[in-house]
Write a protein that binds this ligand. Structure first.
Ligand SMILES: C[S@@+](CC[C@H](N)C(=O)[O-])C[C@H]1O[C@@H](n2cnc3c(N)ncnc32)[C@H](O)[C@@H]1O
Length: 283
């Protein structure tokens, strides 16, 4: 189940990009963050290059690592669409973030859009963060975002189909109906999500099911794991615009650094979220 939940959602990379085409706030945020750093950037779980490619376009040297060949193929296509001068700045590597073959040190390491929710145990996350800490250059930042567990969503009836959406496949043009449901296991904090792609009622074709597995990380637990890994949390927000982590927050954005780099990191963040602490409440 975990193997399928780590890979199946990423087989149809064109569909992945289509489904998340409106997700832009995180890209803007990681670009603002990168603009504050000087030096190379590592993105683990870079996927289709949704974030890595704009960073290379902005002038950064970026290494993107991903397990999925189909996602990386799409990232290569995205790299080809960059201005010629920016293309060599984006290097793509296939492999697992548990075995990074890297000797360089990075000014910024990122794991964007729930990538770390594919780390299914707290101990494994702590070990990974420890390794990522070792890849930080002096003054370097580690930034990632994961979902803020939504209790009412997690306990939804797993027998029902949710989020019904009709759409056309971006490549085949087939008319499809998207629905989803999931099982949440309270003991392991694992969510086994099933995504159903059924042909539109008047259309021939076969239904497909895709598994996606996420470990839910609760905010206090996440902070504990990050700090246990020798990192100091300088920002733990509820979105990509500097808003607080509260019950309305969909995501948790965590930015951390080594203890010794804390003051410099805090100054950098003031330029990323200039309105931090002054944002109006979303309630
Ligand atoms: C939700 S996607 C995020 C992709 C990209 N960061 C983005 O923002 O669109 C998660 C990515 O993590 C990758 N992934 C999952 N487990 C991995 C592992 N052990 N090593 C490397 N990549 C992994 C998946 O292949 C997928 O591309």
């Amino acid at each position: 189940m975990l193997q399928r939940g780590t890979t199946e959602h990423y087989v149809d990379a064109a569909l992945y990009d289509y489904e998340y085409r409106r997700r832009r706030a995180d890209v803007r945020c990681y670009r603002r963050l990168a603009a504050q750093t000087q030096g190379p950037i590592l993105e683990i779980g870079c996927g289709t290059g949704r974030i890595a490619a704009p960073l290379a376009r902005d002038g950064h040297q970026v290494i993107g690592v991903d397990l999925s060949l189909s996602m990386l193929r799409r990232a290569l296509q995205r790299r080809e669409r960059l201005p010629r001068v920016a293309r060599p700045r984006l290097q793509l590597l296939q492999g697992s973030f548990y075995q990074l073959p890297l000797r360089s040190r990075f000014a910024l390491v990122i794991a964007a859009f729930n990538t770390l929710q594919h780390v299914y145990q707290a101990d494994a996350l702590s070990t990974l963060l420890l390794k990522l800490r070792q890849l930080l250059a002096p003054g370097g930042l580690l930034a990632f975002d994961v979902l803020n567990p939504d209790l009412s969503w997690l306990v939804r009836d797993p027998e029902r189909r949710w989020s019904k959406t009709r759409f056309r496949h971006p490549v085949t043009d087939e008319r499809l109906v998207y629905t989803t449901n999931h099982q949440y296991d309270v003991a392991t904090q694992l969510t086994a999500i099933t995504i159903y792609y059924d042909p539109a009622p008047d259309q021939p074709g076969k239904s497909e099911r895709v598994q996606l597995c996420h470990r839910q990380y609760y905010p206090a637990e996440l902070r504990f794991i990050v700090e246990k890994s020798g990192l100091c949390v300088v920002h733990h927000g509820g979105d990509f615009d500097g808003n607080a982590l509260d019950e309305h927050a969909e995501s948790q954005l965590v930015i951390c650094c080594r203890d010794t780099d804390r003051s410099a990191a805090e100054r950098q963040l003031q330029r990323v979220f200039p309105y931090d602490d002054k944002r109006p409440s979303r309630r």
